[in-house]
Design a protein around this ligand. Structure first.
Ligand SMILES: Nc1ncnc2c1ncn2[C@@H]1O[C@H](COP(=O)(O)OP(=O)(O)OP(=O)(O)O)[C@@H](O)[C@H]1O
Length: 581
């Protein structure tokens, strides 16, 4: 219970003090509710006496009314938060989750599948916040009311109290069993939901490939298997709940039957008045009722618990530590000093990379596939911190810098362009939301976007989603370069932006890149060596190490790995030309 309470308070965030007050309201309200039921015992008892003392009856009736009035006041305090505040808590928690995802190391983020995070941000956070308040209050009520009534019944007649005391451990045992089953079931269902969400995202994104390979609908085995597991997780839990559920409610009913039997025997022995028995049994119904409610609701309790756990795991995720949050980048040279890095599940990828890239110079990274080129550019955006060595920008160790400050100074153009389902204008302005229309158009012209946007009926106001498929790879790439030009960051990282383009698109995109990189510190990953002949320095990466460095001419003269790669690519180009003649 303490763990759940901690998670609830974590989910309540800035509203945690209000939430605490609500829990107190629920606790005090529950005691008063139980006390109100208990007043029925002296009232009924007195009414059954041959000479009724009306003062006693009215006094207890006054206590009953007072209990209900105060209970209603506490209930109001509880409902005000439950209905009035939780929508705010939900919105605030989603924003906090969004913030945590932003500050979480990129490497940690990547380890979570997209669908998993969608489930956390969607249904998990809704279950965790909206139902957790209701569940917490219900839980308090369900524990407090029987406890108070139980104590009062024991005080009135220990034998009837004993019946309650004996049946309680059995009821608790079955409720615990139900909780174990629903707990395991809810976790399995949540994991299955997250896996299904990931598979659905993957299925939708991969539709073109799936169509081409005939893996659509039920023939898409991976999706079918995940949906089957989701179904099995849900129905399996329901099946396993049948017997414990039945037994838990039977114990509660049996307890009442035994109590009536014992009470009747006492009445027949003239050891107890019939009126008192009726009053005690009426109160005992309130003792038993929450226990069966608890058994019926435990599935919802566990779903809430599991959702809280998943939301808590994201909220608790450690952010990248920042040495000097106030530090600002003022110089734009880059330095890698003996950088070692391995992905969590793999062998070392960078094994002592060292180089410097002076400000406003162009550094090209070349090398075989898997040699670590992309990882070098990732380290520059503080994707993760090196295991040894340091990465510096303008003399500042990235470990000291807030990732927001790093991203403010770096523009990245990837091979795969992500465009949001918004207007072309909004997609370009993403990195500079305050940019004027003139600035957006200037960037678009520089990136060769203007020419094709002009041809669209709604120009810059055309939504990318409306024409998604109608934009060629080169056009999408040019939009992403316009975005980077508008951002005007002093450092530019290019991950082979022209690699997947046809020759005509490549020319347009190359022009756009030229406009982007002028006067910037540029690091570019290149597979086609012809695109980086003019680089100030070329670094050849092999197996996580810089094996050669120099200008194109210097490296050719060295007759090493670079010169062999150049030879191979020139031969391939020549072969393609002769083959097509
Ligand atoms: N997120 C990741 N998790 C685990 N291993 C990774 C991850 N990303 C890359 N790797 C591994 O690290 C090594 C270097 O990858 P990297 O992408 O940096 O190489 P690269 O030189 O850019 O390759 P390519 O030219 O094919 O893009 C590869 O063995 C790759 O499998």
């Amino acid at each position: 219970m303490r763990r759940i309470l901690r998670l609830m308070l974590l989910a309540a965030g800035d509203y945690r003090d209000e939430f605490r007050r609500t829990l107190w309201c629920a606790f005090l309200g529950s005691i008063l509710q139980a006390a109100a039921y208990a007043t029925l015992i002296p009232i009924l008892y007195e009414l059954s006496q041959p000479d009724v003392n009306t003062t006693v009856v009215w006094t207890w009736f006054g206590v009953l009314v007072a209990c209900w009035v105060f209970q209603a006041a506490f209930h109001y305090g509880q409902l005000r938060f439950e209905f009035g505040r939780w929508a705010d808590v939900l919105a605030a928690t989603r924003l906090r989750l969004g913030d945590t995802l932003r500050t979480m190391p990129q490497a940690d983020l990547e380890r979570r599948a997209a669908g998993d995070l969608t489930t956390v941000m969607g249904s998990n956070v809704a279950n965790a916040t909206m139902s957790s308040s209701g569940m917490a209050l219900l839980f308090i009520q369900m524990v407090t009311v029987p406890a108070v009534i139980g104590v009062i019944i024991i005080g009135i007649d220990w034998r009837l109290g004993l019946v309650l005391a004996v049946s309680l451990p059995f009821a608790v045992l079955f409720v615990r069993r139900i909780q174990q089953i629903t707990g395991a079931g809810a976790r399995r269902t949540d994991a299955a939901d997250a896996a299904a969400a990931s598979r659905i995202v993957e299925y939708v994104q991969g539709l073109p490939v799936l169509r081409a390979t005939g893996q659509i609908g039920s023939s898409s085995q991976r999706l079918v298997e995940t949906l089957e597991e989701q179904n099995e997780a849900m129905s399996g839990m329901q099946k396993r709940l049948t017997w414990p559920g039945l037994l838990a409610s039977s114990v509660v009913q049996l307890c009442l039957v035994v109590m009536v039997a014992v009470g009747s025997a006492l009445v027949l022995d003239l050891d107890m008045s019939a009126a008192l028995l009726i009053a005690v049994v009426a109160a005992a119904v309130r003792f038993a009722e929450p226990l069966s409610t608890m058994a019926n609701l435990s599935a919802i309790f566990e779903i809430t618990d599991s959702a809280l756990e998943r939301v808590g795991a994201v909220l608790d995720a450690p952010a990248l530590p920042v040495g000097e949050p106030e530090a600002r980048i003022t110089g734009y040279d880059i330095e890698f000093a003996d950088v070692h890095f391995a992905y969590p599940d793999g062998s070392p990828v960078l094994r002592g990379v060292s180089f410097t890239a002076p400000a406003r110079s162009l550094t090209a990274l070349v090398g075989p596939s898997g040699s670590g080129k992309t990882t070098v550019t990732r380290m520059l955006t503080r994707y993760a911190d090196p295991e040894a060595g340091s990465v510096r920008i303008g003399g500042l160790d990235l470990r000291d810098l807030d990732p927001v400050e790093i991203y403010r100074n770096i523009a990245v153009v990837f091979q795969d362009v992500y465009l949001f389902d918004d207007t072309i204008r909004a997609n370009i302005a993403m990195a500079a939301p305050d940019a004027t229309q003139e600035e957006i158009e200037a960037a678009a012209r520089a990136a060769n976007v203007h020419t094709f946007v002009e041809r669209l009926p709604r120009g810059y106001d055309t939504r990318v989603g409306e024409i998604g498929g109608a934009l060629s790879g080169g056009e999408r790439q040019r939009i992403s370069i316009a975005r980077a030009i508008l951002k005007n960051a002093p450092i530019v990282l290019l991950d082979e932006p022209t690699a997947a383009l046809d020759t005509e698109s490549e020319v347009y995109v190359q022009d756009a890149i030229d406009a982007l990189v002028a006067e910037k510190t540029v690091v570019v990953i290149a597979h086609r060596l012809s695109t980086v002949v003019a680089a100030d320095q070329i670094l050849v990466l092999e197996d996580g190490l810089v094996s050669e460095r120099g200008t194109h001419d210097e490296l050719l003269a060295r007759q090493g790995r670079y010169s062999a790669m150049w030879e191979a690519q020139t031969r391939a180009r020549h072969w393609r030309v002769t083959a097509s003649v």
